[in-house]
Design a protein. Structure first.
Length: 163
């Protein structure tokens, strides 16, 4: 069942594990923003296969997640994964779930366009809801990048619908 909205902003991560929860921290901040019609925001937690239905409902999904990729903490990269192998090698504690979900979507022929913002973290902290200062400092920048992409996708949709 397709959503009437066109874009899902989906934060992934474990809120209780510090920087590993950057995706859900960003999603929870964006839920309170006045976003345009056609956009939904979801705190996906560590949902894995439980998130499959959301990927099937939206033609565009913007993901935000932490990664252990040896880049300096707070490094933000945009990845456009089309296959499970396109995800960074260490997508933290829910790596297998996301990769498996992408494989399942491909097999079912329901793969949306995915834009993945990954934020480099230094380690997976075992406890705590606080972000380290390096990661907390980039939250506004991540939100700006997500919104910039979101508006670009909405504008593209308007142009496509006019044709």
């Amino acid at each position: 069942m397709q959503s009437s909205n066109k874009i899902l902003i989906l934060g992934i991560g474990n809120y209780l594990m510090g920087d590993e929860g950057i995706g859900v921290q960003v999603a929870n901040k964006m839920i309170h923003d006045n976003l345009p019609a056609g956009v939904d925001v979801l705190d996906g937690g560590t949902g894995g296969f439980h998130l499959l239905e959301y990927f099937e409902q939206y033609p565009n999904v913007i993901l935000i997640d932490a990664t252990l990729d040896q880049n300096p903490p707070g490094t933000i990269r945009l990845i456009k994964p089309k296959f499970a192998k396109d995800f960074p090698p260490a997508m933290s504690t829910h790596d297998i779930g996301l990769k498996d979900m992408v494989s399942a979507l491909q097999l079912m022929g329901t793969m949306p366009i995915i834009d993945l913002f990954v934020v480099s973290i230094e380690s997976i902290q075992q406890q705590g809801i606080e972000l380290t200062p390096e990661i907390e400092a980039v939250v506004p920048l991540i939100i700006d990048k997500v919104k910039e992409l979101m508006y670009s996708l909405l504008e593209t949709e308007k142009v496509v619908n006019k044709v």
